[in-house]
Design a protein around this ligand. Structure first.
Ligand SMILES: Nc1ncnc2c1ncn2[C@@H]1O[C@H](COP(=O)(O)OP(=O)(O)OP(=O)(O)O)[C@@H](O)[C@H]1O
Length: 695
């Protein structure tokens, strides 16, 4: 109960700070007069105020576990994080969940060998909160229970997921690594694969200079002695559109800039020069990253390729393929002689075309043909249809995107093969580094997929933290007041249910040639007219708003159909699978049969993602989960800047505030009966000798 006597310490809402600390100076009727810590005199109604810890001012350093706060409310959590952050205590527990606030500055003393040694085997919660403590707890749980574990790292772009994942791997390598002296151990290869995946899967975005544009699940396998015996990496939804389209100040994937800076090694051989000469790179004028040398990064990527075991021949083929993509992007088209046809625009474009075909080692005339025409199979036979300039550009970009996506998949597979899976391993620790919930001014298909993934993960979180907890008390017949939590099954049904869900309707629209985003949205609104989670956006006929667990997001549908269509163009496949370069041909070795009427085969990006998520969920469900919520403290990526509103939003989206509630409502400490007797039996010696154990 909130005490409102004069001098009482409270939290009051504030437009800029979200919440501000205040003290009651007077109570007049239904208005409470307050003096805020920022020196303002304000008044508020009592129901808008929240209680504040009395000793909060003495506890300058904050508490290392939110559950130790006397008043566990939103502002209490927020200010506790802030106080700790000011002292560079970036980690805080909320029960068993670790919150990690990005320091945006190097804190080497936190991650050295001495620290790893400290956390090794230390009971969870005994030392200061740390990512090593979570990694250690999972390792211990895996060894003692012989059960696979997973660590789910989430947060918005730039919050520190990838760095956290690397630290987990570093720790697991430390405790589960083989004796020094073994050359090229599994763990070394797993760690070394990071720069490689980053070169090809990371890019500069407005939020993060080194943003992963794919989701990643790294599974570390252990033998029965707890030594790392293998690893497997699964990746999710690489952002393909970035290969052909970027906006200032973002960049394309790092590898392209590295290649352009490789000098005599590759760039000159492949007729490459400054990135500003290539359409796929010069749509944005950002070519360099602060504090990063593209040339040095190129050498790092090469070294990582060596460590992962990619042969020099394959390395050469990889960079040659990247160069081919850049040249392909410079091919422009002009209208051909016939109506609605196209041809290569000029000498310059012809040069790039020739370069692309030389680098891909395929016939230049056939390459021109597959870009400027399309084959349709009719009952009467094959018809060659000319493509107009726009369609030829789309065909060029589609080819560049699929080559890149296949190259990325090849790399992941290569890393997996070279690191080696231990198929006999019974115990694993999986680390999931996946994009957090996104809500921007403009939200498109990518945000839809990302938020779909987050709904799935939120459900998993709900099930584990909430349902499991309730189930446990029910089984033990412990009295427990059932607290409510937000169940998001209805949003998931709305998105993924068959035959009618957003994904199913989108696929149907993509398969039907005359569909447009208008017809798709119309169908969506028809089917879900009264669905509580879906509304038509206010100022648009085609945008829709979904009420996600973390808030409402309005999606612009205009590019939904195009982005969901992953056309496998049969002609592209057959040309490249006949390349004289074994590497390029290998990328296209699983080309589809030429059976359909159209040479364009629709494959749905959203459905494939849905299936991948399903498989991921099955894996996660068979493990014991641990959660790390990364928080981005400010949008400027600067140290010591704490933006309340955005942090609160992130805590809400990550379910941290809900988890706080549940952990308080339940019994946070659990021991099995035998563990309990082991630990506390000494207090009741009369039970220890005698009949008790002989029962
Ligand atoms: N523990 C840490 N110590 C020091 N710096 C950090 C730490 N965590 C993150 N950073 C800094 O923040 C930047 C962004 O972190 P990171 O790339 O891990 O974010 P992310 O959540 O994976 O983003 P995205 O989703 O865009 O890939 C890093 O490049 C690094 O500079």
């Amino acid at each position: 109960m909130l005490s409102l006597r004069v001098g009482a310490k409270v939290w009051t809402e504030d437009r800029n700070l979200a919440w501000v600390a205040a003290e009651v100076t007077d109570v007049v009727g239904k208005q409470v007069h307050l003096l805020t810590s920022t020196g303002n005199k304000v008044s508020a109604s009592p129901e808008k105020l929240l209680p504040r810890d009395a000793d909060e001012e003495e506890e300058h350093g904050g508490v290392d576990d939110m559950t130790k706060l006397t008043y566990l409310n939103e502002p209490g959590v927020l200010y506790n994080l802030e106080r700790r952050y000011a002292l560079n205590d970036i980690y805080t527990y909320t029960g068993s969940i670790l919150i990690a606030v990005n320091p945006f500055t190097k804190l080497p003393h936190l991650y050295n060998v001495h620290m790893m040694e400290q956390y090794k085997g230390a009971p969870f919660g005994e030392l200061s909160p740390h990512v090593f403590a979570v990694a250690d707890a999972s390792y211990r749980a895996m060894m003692s229970e012989r059960r696979s574990q997973s660590i789910l790292v989430s947060g918005e772009s730039g919050a520190g997921k990838t760095e956290t994942t690397k630290l987990i791997m570093q720790y697991l390598t430390y405790v589960g690594g083989r004796a020094a002296g073994d050359d090229r151990t599994v763990e070394q290869q797993v760690l070394e694969s990071n720069p490689l995946l980053e070169a090809f899967g990371n890019a500069r975005t407005v939020r993060n200079d080194n943003s992963s544009r794919f989701g990643k699940f790294v599974e570390i396998q252990f033998d029965s002695n707890g030594r790392i015996s293998g690893a497997a990496i699964r990746t999710y939804l690489l952002e393909r559109s970035r290969v052909v389209q970027i906006t200032d100040p973002e960049r394309n994937y790092h590898c392209f800039y590295q290649l352009c800076a490789s000098g005599r090694k590759d760039a000159e051989r492949y007729n490459l020069d400054h990135p500003s000469h290539f359409h796929y790179l010069n749509q944005s004028k950002t070519y360099e990253l602060d504090g990063v040398s593209n040339a040095e990064e190129y050498l790092r990527t090469r070294r990582a390729m060596d460590v992962v075991g990619i042969s020099h021949e394959d390395q050469e083929a990889i960079f040659r393929t990247l160069a081919a993509i850049l040249h392909l992007g410079n091919v422009e088209f002009s209208s051909g002689k016939e109506h609605d046809s196209s041809c290569i625009r000029d000498k310059k474009s012809n040069f790039h075309m020739q370069m692309a075909s030389d680098l891909l080692m395929c016939d230049v005339n056939l390459l021109v043909a597959i870009l400027c025409t399309r084959t349709i199979q009719t009952r009467e036979g094959l018809i060659i249809k000319a493509l107009d300039c726009n369609a030829a550009v789309a065909s060029r970009d589609a080819l560049a995107k699929t080559i890149y996506a296949k190259l990325f998949d090849w790399l992941v597979e290569k890393i997996n093969r070279s690191v080696g899976q231990d198929l006999t391993s019974q115990i694993q620790i999986g680390v999931l580094d996946i994009y957090g919930f996104e809500c921007f001014k403009n939200n498109s298909f990518e945000q839809f997929c990302i938020n779909f993934a987050n709904e799935k993960l939120q459900q998993h979180f709900n099930e584990h933290v909430f349902k499991m907890e309730q189930e446990e008390y029910r089984k033990e017949e412990i009295n427990w007041s059932y607290i409510e939590f937000i169940d998001n099954q209805d949003v998931l049904d709305l998105i993924e249910k068959k035959p009618i869900g957003i994904v199913a309707l989108l696929d149907e629209a993509c398969m039907f040639p005359r569909s447009t985003h208008e017809t798709f949205s119309m169908k969506l609104f028809q089917h879900f007219r009264s669905h509580p989670r879906l509304e038509k956006a206010k100022f648009s006929e085609t945008d829709f708003t979904l009420s996600h667990y973390a808030g409402k997001v309005t999606y612009q549908t205009d590019t939904f159909l195009e982005k969901n269509r992953d056309y496998v163009v049969v002609e592209h496949c057959s040309l490249l699978s006949s390349s004289k370069c074994a590497f390029v041909a290998g990328l296209y070795s699983s080309a589809p049969e030429e059976s359909s009427r159209s040479s364009y085969k629709f494959s749905s990006v959203a459905t494939r993602f849905k299936q991948q998520l399903q498989a991921l969920m099955e894996t996660l469900n068979s493990t014991e989960p641990h959660y790390i919520r990364c928080v981005k403290p400010n949008s400027l990526n600067r140290p010591q800047k704490f933006e309340n509103q955005s942090i609160l939003h992130q805590l809400r989206c990550g379910g941290v505030l809900e988890a706080v509630r549940i952990s308080l409502a339940g019994y946070p400490t659990r021991r099995t009966y035998s563990e309990f007797v082991d630990r506390f039996g000494i207090l009741t010696p009369e039970y220890l000798d005698g009949r008790f154990f002989r029962l």
